[in-house]
Design a protein around this ligand. Structure first.
Ligand SMILES: Nc1ncnc2c1ncn2[C@@H]1O[C@H](COP(=O)(O)OP(=O)(O)OP(=O)(O)O)[C@@H](O)[C@H]1O
Length: 270
């Protein structure tokens, strides 16, 4: 590990399944405190990119480093908010236990002082997402949005230097979408964490994103939101006419969803 290594570094990285290439030639550094929105239609390889960074999937080509070391499974440098799956009613694990799992491997479990410190961190993480009041309830009794706030707390509790978020706003109401995305961005800024934020809903994160990585059919663009989210760049990327307009402060993308019916940018609330 070197002091100057960015939290995330990909060089010439590529991922293919059989003869299908999701992305290749990806050179990307995500810096401390940077918020990178990862966009693209269904199946364009956004979740697979997070899996490569988590060390769960070998890249087909190139190199992938986290804090200067090759990506590996179980790294305590990474906080991960997975794509949401609501847990079933029978699950009796409590919210505070789930958040505590985020500290496993950090060495906070042994000795009284460490146990107290562990509890202090868990309580602070629960408060940060407004989940303290239901932290003792079994997960199975909580709503999808409440469960999701606990997952955010779990990902943040270990002070990770990389925060990987896979559609973390699903099933949150608008107020909590703003709160959770703001919390993630604050964490990036204050703790110097690099955030990769996969989403179909660009509007809630547009004010927070420093850069955008847009994946389409094996091609990609990286740049500031203004550089990438414009009609010329997206038309080239989608190889069809795409129009990007600002309507009442919101970004509306028209045309991209014809080929990709689930790729909808213009809604940011249910
Ligand atoms: N282990 C695997 N073997 C073969 N193909 C796979 C494997 N994992 C994922 N894929 C395929 O790779 C493509 C990209 O999947 P991925 O989940 O990364 O897309 P995504 O951009 O996150 O999509 P969505 O927006 O729908 O979540 C999909 O077509 C998927 O079926």
């Amino acid at each position: 590990m070197t002091d100057t290594a960015p939290p995330v570094r990909l060089r010439g990285a590529g991922l293919s399944y059989g003869d299908r290439t999701l992305w290749e030639g990806l050179d990307l550094d995500v810096h401390p405190g940077e918020f990178l929105a990862v966009l693209g239609p269904n199946g364009s390889g956004k979740t697979s990119l997070l899996r490569v960074l988590l060390g769960l999937q070998e890249p087909t080509s190139g190199t992938v480093h986290i804090d200067g070391a090759p990506a590996r499974r179980g790294s305590d440098r990474i906080g991960y908010i997975p794509q949401q799956r609501a847990v079933e009613g029978a699950v009796t694990v409590r919210g505070q236990d789930l958040v505590g799992f985020g500290l496993d491997g950090h060495g906070w479990g042994v000795g009284l002082r460490r146990r107290r410190e562990r509890k202090r961190r868990v309580d602070a993480a629960l408060r940060a997402v407004d989940a303290a009041e239901y932290a003792r309830m079994p997960l199975g009794l909580l709503s999808g949005g409440e469960q999701q706030r606990l997952r955010v707390a779990q990902a943040l509790v270990g002070d990770p230097s990389v925060l990987l978020c896979d559609e973390p706003l699903l099933s949150l109401d608008l107020a909590h979408q703003r709160k959770v995305s703001g919390l993630i961005a604050d964490r990036a800024e204050q703790a110097g964490a690099a955030v990769l934020f996969v989403t179909h809903e660009i509007n809630p994160v547009l004010p927070l994103a420093d850069r955008v990585l847009y994946l389409v059919d094996g091609r990609f663009r990286i740049g500031t939101p203004d550089e990438v989210l414009n009609s010329a760049t997206l038309s080239e990327l989608f190889r069809t006419d795409v129009e990007v307009a600002r309507v009442g402060g919101r970004l509306v993308v028209v045309g991209a969803e014809d080929d990709h019916p689930h790729h909808v940018h213009e809604t940011d609330e249910a």
